[in-house]
Design a protein around this ligand. Structure first.
Ligand code: ACO
Length: 278
């Protein structure tokens, strides 16, 4: 059953342990207004620790994933209220993207259509990203006279080779999903009508993995980027030891099923978690 947020800007369904969360302003190409940003944070709150949610997919209703920030409600109307309102709107937008970057559950961006500017924030926040070949990605900020703010420059710089990032930001030309995959902005591009099936397949694989190990892995991957090798080595030892304090039996069970029971091979798939005692 689809649940819609009070102002209708976000909608979600939980089906077979996958939360399908949608930007739900199709008539405004799912651009992010302060209302949407507030409601999205509430939805992320509601879903994060639910036992029946193992993976969260973020997608868009209609022809857009998200056409970036709402130029009317997020910029013009907020700026008219002065600096405190501007800062509040920024906190609300950046707040849910940050929340999503460090979300307890694995997250997948399913980019069904337009993805512009501020949309790169939640795109990067998701652990994995799959796009329709037909989707269009653009740092359109330069086309209306600002720099790619709200993290968009950082996202392009993190995910794209330098020359491509610079071209993308300075030229204001869109790239399609296939090019986005070639450049590394998303994992894969598929025809739109095959997108949901592929995302479901990926989510289903993630659902079989140890959830404590998944959270430790996704955090580690983001954290080690700016660290020296030695700092990363130290962080990773401690991160594994901290993960063991939440689940010390899973890895032992995994080793047992491989070495003693010979019922699985870690190189070929996940151990059977249903056999793990608490
Ligand atoms: N902010 C505010 N309103 C928007 C936005 C936006 N980012 N994107 C779309 N809309 C509104 C349009 O004003 C229009 O409203 P109306 O029906 O009341 O006139 C409605 O959504 C539909 O938009 P159209 O332009 O008619 O839709 P179309 O499918 O022809 O084009 C497209 C889609 C290309 C995405 C176009 O809407 C567009 O260029 N949007 C802006 C994209 C952009 O540059 N976003 C900002 C990035 S920079 C940043 O996020 C900081």
């Amino acid at each position: 059953m689809t649940i819609t947020s009070p102002q209708g800007t976000v909608a979600y369904d939980v089906i077979d342990n996958i939360a399908w969360v949608k930007f739900n302003r199709p008539d405004k190409r799912n651009c992010m207004s302060p209302t949407l940003n507030r409601e999205m944070m509430d939805v992320l709150d509601a879903l994060e620790y639910r036992d029946d949610v193992g993976v969260l997919v973020l997608t868009g209703e209609g022809s857009a994933w998200s056409a970036g920030m709402d130029l009317k409600e997020y910029f013009r109307e907020t700026e008219a209220l002065g600096l405190p309102a501007t800062r509040k709107a920024q906190r609300e937008a950046y707040g849910w993207w940050r929340r999503l970057r460090w979300y307890q559950k694995p997250t997948i961006a399913m980019v069904n259509g337009w993805c512009f500017g501020g949309g790169y924030g939640p795109l990067f926040a998701c652990d994995l990203a799959f796009a329709a070949e037909e989707a269009q990605f653009g740092l359109s900020e330069i086309n209306w006279g600002i720099l790619p703010g709200g993290g968009a420059t950082k996202v392009a710089q993190e995910l794209l080779p330098f020359r491509k990032a610079m071209y993308h930001a300075m030229m204001g030309e869109n790239i399609d999903g296939k090019t986005a995959a070639d450049w590394g902005l998303v994992n894969e591009a598929l025809p739109l009508d095959a997108l949901k099936a592929r995302v479901t397949e990926v989510a289903t694989v993630l659902l079989k993995k140890n959830p404590v190990a998944l959270k430790a892995t996704k955090d580690a991957m983001r954290r080690v980027g700016p660290m020296s090798y030695d700092d990363a080595e130290d962080y990773l030892i401690r991160a594994q030891e901290a993960a063991n304090s939440y689940d010390n039996e899973g890895r032992k069970e995994g080793i047992k099923q491989f070495i003693d029971d010979k019922t699985f091979k870690p190189g070929l798939g996940a151990y059977d978690r249903s056999k793990q005692s608490a």
